[in-house]
Design a binder for this molecule. Structure first.
Ligand SMILES: Cc1ncc(COP(=O)(O)O)c(C=O)c1O
Length: 375
């Protein structure tokens, strides 16, 4: 059987990884400024992570959600404290799309309505409702196109209020910093406006923190820069440092009932240990602090890069926007300089999403390579 060919692949085969580096079958070292798409938060093969997962799987790796799992309770408690979202409740699933799927479904149950408002260039995943609210017609199949969705321009509060006032909207979903779209972020007035309008018109404000959450922006959640209280916060990616896990934080205004949501694998023992370890390491190694420090160094160092239009994003969720498409540059960084970076929907944006453990000296390798390519 061959693989269903949906991914254009780089011809590189990582077989081991350690902190900010991955190694291929010939032990050739690559600097990872991509984190497997913003997934690696505490570094590859972190010793505590390896130890804890190994210990857990030797005890019990999985049982269903029909039994007591104290690890889920411990995780909810710890996540509340570390994130500062103390009053929220936690539902665990397996991926970012699934987190948003559950968030949208819950918003619809809660409000009794079904239309969703999302934003231009937003990305929320590839499952049914998540893909329908994603602004990319190429990945929306006819079966997904039945959802009632309105895509508005980022920053357009006037159109948002006009739509919400018809009273048929269950949710407004937004990434406070766009990931796949290319690191665009609107203003405090806009995000705080969404928050107020959602409350006024009984719609749920869903903050998609799948990519920006768990410290990637230097705040635990990107929305925390603003004075907003989302009804639902969706999480995944950096949460498990590579273990497939996602979830939603649910505001206490939304009440749970048996059977409302459910999953076989979500919140299994191994996933919980992965996330508990990520939270432990984020705290012990002060990785949010490191994120901010390394980020400000990055911004200063980027001033010397030729042909650069601007740097977008926050923390270690960054995009270098050039005056030209970056596809060739990205290829050269990988094959010539052994540095992984990311692309975006905006073809001129090179994305930088390293493990949050990265140090200034690692960035030096990148800037030397970048400047040699562009000079
Ligand atoms: C903001 C955002 N939401 C949702 C998703 C979907 O996550 P997953 O690929 O885990 O389904 C992504 C993935 O890139 C994302 O960036």
């Amino acid at each position: 059987m061959s693989l269903f060919n949906v991914y254009p692949l780089f011809d590189i085969t990582p077989v081991t990884a350690k902190d900010v580096f991955v190694y291929d079958e010939n032990n050739c070292q690559y600097l990872d400024l991509y984190g497997g798409h913003a997934v690696i938060s505490i570094g590859h093969s972190h010793p505590t992570y390896v130890k804890n997962i190994r210990a857990q799987v030797s005890k019990i790796g999985f049982y269903s959600n029909s039994i007591q799992n104290p690890l889920q309770v411990a995780l909810a408690k710890k996540l509340a404290r570390v994130s500062g979202c103390n009053s929220y409740e936690l539902f665990l699933c397996n991926s970012g799309a699934e987190a948003n799927e559950n968030a949208l479904k819950l918003a619809s149950f809660h409000t009794g309505k079904k239309k969703v408002i999302a934003f231009k260039n937003g990305f929320h995943g590839r499952t049914s409702a998540a893909v329908a609210v994603t602004d990319n017609p190429k990945i929306i199949a006819p079966i997904n196109a039945q959802q009632e969705v309105e895509i508005l321009a980022l920053g357009d509060l006037e159109s948002l209020e006009k739509s919400l006032s018809k009273n048929d909207v269950c949710a407004v979903i937004i990434e406070c910093i766009q990931g796949v779209g290319g690191l665009d972020e609107s203003t405090a007035v806009f995000y705080e406006g969404i928050d107020k309008l959602c409350k006024k018109y009984n719609a749920c404000f869903i903050a998609d923190e799948v990519q920006s959450g768990f410290g990637r922006t230097g705040d635990f959640f990107a929305f925390q820069k603003y004075n907003v209280t989302p009804d639902i916060i969706s999480i995944a990616k950096g949460m498990g440092n590579g273990f497939p896990v996602g979830g939603i934080l649910v505001h206490p205004n939304i009440k749970a009932s048996f059977g409302l949501l459910g999953t076989t694998f979500g919140g299994n023992h191994l996933a919980c240990v992965a996330v508990l370890t990520v939270l432990d390491v984020l705290e012990k190694e002060r990785l949010l602090h490191n994120t901010l420090e390394v980020s400000s160094y990055f911004l200063r160092r980027a001033l010397n890069v030729p042909r650069l239009k601007t740097v977008k994003g926050r923390g270690l969720m960054l995009g270098l926007e050039f005056e030209f498409p970056i596809a060739e540059l990205r290829k050269n960084l990988i094959y010539k300089h052994k540095i992984f970076t990311g692309s975006a929907k905006n073809p001129n944006v090179l994305r930088i999403l390293p493990p949050l453990t990265i140090k200034k000296e690692h960035l030096e390798l990148f800037f030397e390579a970048l400047i040699s390519e562009l000079s």
